[in-house]
Write a protein that binds this ligand. Sequence first.
Ligand SMILES: [Zn+2]
Length: 335
Amino acid sequence: MSLWGAHTVLQNLLEGSVMTMNRIQFQPGLSMPEFFKRYGSESQCATALELARWPDGFACPRCGGGAHCVLRGGTHKVFQCNACRHQTSLIAGTLFQGTKLALTVWFLAIYLISQAKTGLSALALKRHLGVSYPTAWLIHHKLMQAMAQREGLYTLGGQVQVDDAYLGGERAGGKAGRGSENKVPFVAAISLSDDGHPLRAKLTPVTGFTLKSVALWAKGHLAPGSTVVSDGLACFSAVTDAGCAHQVTVVAGRKPQDLPEFQWVNTVLGNLKTSLSGSYHAFNFRKYAARYLAAFAYRFNRRFHLESLHERLLVAAVHCGPQPQRSIRLAEVHC
Ligand SMILES: [Zn+2]
């Protein structure tokens, strides 16, 4: 963590957010013995998966019908719709489609990723799961993709702090100076409650800090009518194209992290920096920045739900559709 990051955290503690921090850090979570009690066998995982996929009972993916019979034979349960005779396996159409791994391995990965406070590297996952590095990498990226798709469902609204930031190089997650080469620029945005507490974060790569890319970003990620607070960087005025109001706080000689207007966006960037430097080895920033950033935001946005995070991630995985290796390795599309 940089000095300014430590300073910001200290400042937050002094300013009375210590209770909020404790609420996050002292959550019970799900203990490992409890995890293995619930998800230690293949049949327990299959039951949990079925429940996450069809909480109200089976619904045919083709016709929506509920009446069905269950065929056995393969690795996973196969459901046959009574109305249209369509057959679907438990994992078909989900993130797990086509996997040769046991569900217990996937569930352990979901558990480890959801409970690790600052994220988990593919290398750590490889060691914990006892799989090859390429397999661990793919599991990790598929689950991050599920998180990213979930995050894509939400827009930020109300009061929103925004800042420009860069990913890549030695100063990942921090401000590396505007216009630096070889960095991935991204917009860091935090929505606040009426009493000034952070609600949701969004960290989105952009092609650059131009009026055009910020307008495109705002249309995709902000609810019309939001009030955006930024420093004096000219491109942020383009949020008005998305029907948002724009308030500029000119920093003028003071560091942005010293201003209350940017307290939360700076805290989140500081946490991101800690997370990336502690958990991940250098990765292809250009290609995978969006997925890493969205996975970080996913975790941040569910920071009060540690105990149920593995269930939430399982639901995200069953609804995000199949993720073949080829699409996981494709470059991300930026704003
Ligand atoms: Zn059907």
